[in-house]
Ligand binder design. Sequence first.
Ligand code: MAN
Length: 352
Amino acid sequence: MPEVLIRWTENPIIRTSDCKPSTAGLEVACVLNPGAFEYKGRIGLLLRVAERPLAKQGQVATCVLDEHSPGGVKPVYYRLDDPQLSRDDPRVMSYAGNPFLTTLSHLRLAWSHDGRHFEIEPEPVLRGQGLLQTFGIEDCRVQWIDDKYWLTYTAVSEAGVAVAMSSTRDWLSFEHHGVIFPPHNKDCALFPRKINGAYWALHRPSGARIGGHNIWIANSPDLCHFGDHRCLARSRDGFFDSERIGANASPIETDAGWLLLYHGADQKSRYGLGAMLLDRDQPWKVIGRTNEPILAPMADYETSGFFNQVVFSNGHIVRGDQIDVYYGAADQVICGSSARLTDILGSIVPHQ
Ligand code: MAN
């Protein structure tokens, strides 16, 4: 079956060379996985900007947040031939058995009138704060609920990978609500309205051996305290999403139910996008799911980059039957794609 999402001809729409480093001595290694929202007639993206220090020959460099270091960023250098250094994934390395990220991410705003040409702010709007975010913040979902924007993002530190939340009305001042799902958890997307009197969130805890990487659903009286957790959907042997799955941005309300776009990766860490349909009043019930990805890494900018074979999305804009899906390609650049919601719904196979 052909892909349902159609790539934009101008892809990639944002590259690393479009982003100024936040701090002297750092380079922008990747700009990826943006949250998307509308504000005062413009489209906003909340970019994940991943930086690292410029390394000298024979060295590898990364950095962590540290309030005692100049500019709040502590560079860390290792010799490539150091036997204590282990690097088998471009995203993570470890020294003497202690894992680090190879880049430090912050969130930065970009604004557009047409959704395709963006002006990127020169400074971060949110950086990691405190001991639970020393390795940075990543992959922010943005959703307007009631009277403000709610931001859910991955917070990384030595203590683990968790979901943190902030909120804002004006993109100038923010309220920070701390960690809402403790490690190991990421890919948190909020439903845009209450259902049966409660707020709802999708999240993705990881089971060390039993369980794997599946999408869960929970609800909350106040958007900050979640309970009543249920496993919503699991990875599927033999499919594009055989190893791990996680929600994209917020589910979209349609007459047929909640349309959830999600990412699925296989055992080779090839990331594609799929779709599910959830019951409108009982959102923990999955009505159907795509058997084929609606977008899979095929273009050059998706198959090769910082981490090859990735399309990953945590931001979209819906207008009527039209959806624009923003996505990170090969963890290095930002791209766009579009579809009609009816075509995505038509690609979903109902559960027998
Ligand atoms: C993780 C995510 C993303 C990233 C993908 C692919 O699952 O946290 O940040 O894009 O891996 O590397």
